[in-house]
Ligand binder design. Structure first.
Ligand code: IPM
Ligand code: MG
Length: 357
């Protein structure tokens, strides 16, 4: 197959980790007889430096005109002073919106090899951590109206949170379909004791649940969920939630698996074209030092093969190569533990490629 991949290396550690993922993809292409054509674009802080805007029109066009997008990370303190409308993160939000990527899947699965690196008690880890967060990605407070104005001599800021039934219904379907293929249990997370958007969320979840008699639905308040994730993570199979709750809970969920550096994510809409990225940020403090963990991005590339290109075997081969590398005791600094061998970003890429061949 011939696939066109738009590549956003981005800022901070982005270029280092994406480079390793592209090397892995090249090996897959060679082994399985595919052609991956890359079109690299600027987006985020690097685009601000070059063009004065986080997402030049041409970059956005290349996201809309490709088979999928692979992204490292965008942003960093260098652009903290930039006016809100031009911040690097704006690029990511605009791409998600323009591509219609309403469903963001973020797995929280512990690699047994990394159990030591989890900050949770071994007894809790031993019960198992294997769930997936389905985050609504292009609605809610992230995309509501915003304004800051002076009222009665003081500044007042306002961010609007809106959800329509249709926006909730389509993400609910993704969650139930995902649960059908997994443990058959959806926990919908909201703040229905306070928010109207959450009360509508609950109602629509209940309606959609009727079409999935083999999947169970429970509701959980977001504050309780934050607690339950560290108290008893084994109870979760599929967690579905709105945009901002999902942002927060997915960072928490990734941490208990041992390293935020290991977790990939997919963002999809109604078609097969998606955006794939690690869930961590641009880590400017370690950028350019060959310290970053490329595994999250490499696994994101594996997700792209599976979900967007229907290349299950190829995807599984990458996952197996990563597992094998961990089995061999190789670690980057973020998930290092006693007795393991510490590698840099490039060397980790080398090992995974060696195992893939
Ligand atoms: C994420 C990030 C983004 C988000 C930021 C960079 C806008 O935190 O993908 O989780 O909040 O969605
Ligand atoms: Mg986040």
């Amino acid at each position: 197959m011939n696939k066109r991949i738009t590549v956003i290396k981005g800022d901070g550690i982005g270029p280092e980790i994406v480079t390793q993922a592209m090397r892995v993809l090249d090996v897959i292409a060679e082994k399985y007889g595919h052609t991956f054509e890359y079109q690299e674009i600027n987006a985020g802080g690097n685009a601000i430096d070059l063009y004065g805007v986080p997402l030049p029109e041409e970059s956005l066009q290349k996201c809309l005109d490709c088979d999928s997008v692979l992204l490292g990370a965008v942003g960093g303190p260098k652009w903290d002073h930039v006016e809100p409308a031009r911040r690097p993160e704006k690029a990511l939000l605009a791409i998600r919106k323009a591509m219609g990527l309403y469903s963001n899947l973020r797995p929280a699965k512990i690699f047994p090899q990394l159990a030591d690196a989890s900050p949770l008690k071994p007894s809790i880890v031993a019960e198992g951590i294997d769930f997936i967060i389905v985050r609504e990605l292009i609605g809610g407070i992230y995309f509501g109206k915003r304004r800051t104005e002076e009222i009665d001599g003081q500044m007042v800021a306002n961010d609007e949170m809106t959800y329509s039934e249709e926006e909730i219904r389509r993400i609910a379907k993704v969650a139930f379909n995902t649960a059908k293929k997994r443990g058959g249990k959806v926990i919908s997370v909201d703040k229905a004791n306070v928010l109207d958007t959450s009360r509508l969320w609950r109602k629509v979840m209940e309606e959609v649940a009727k079409d999935y008699p083999d999947v169970t639905l429970e509701h959980m308040l977001v504050d309780n969920c934050a607690m339950q994730i560290v108290k008893k993570p084994s109870q979760f199979d599929v967690v579905v939630t709105e945009n901002m709750f999902g942002d927060i809970l997915s960072d928490e969920a990734s941490m208990i698996t041992g390293s935020i550096g290991m977790i990939p994510s997919s963002s999809l809409g109604d078609g097969t074209r998606g955006l794939y990225e690690p869930i961590h940020g641009s880590a400017p403090d370690i950028a350019g030092k060959n310290l970053a963990n490329p595994i999250g991005t490499i696994l994101a590339a594996a997700m792209m093969l599976k979900y967007s290109f229907d290349m299950d075997e190829e995807s599984t081969a990458i996952e197996a190569a990563v597992e094998k590398t961990l089995d061999q005791g190789f670690r980057t600094g973020d998930c290092m533990s006693e007795g393991m061998t510490r590698l840099g970003c490039i060397e980790m890429g080398d090992k995974i490629i060696e195992n893939l061949r």
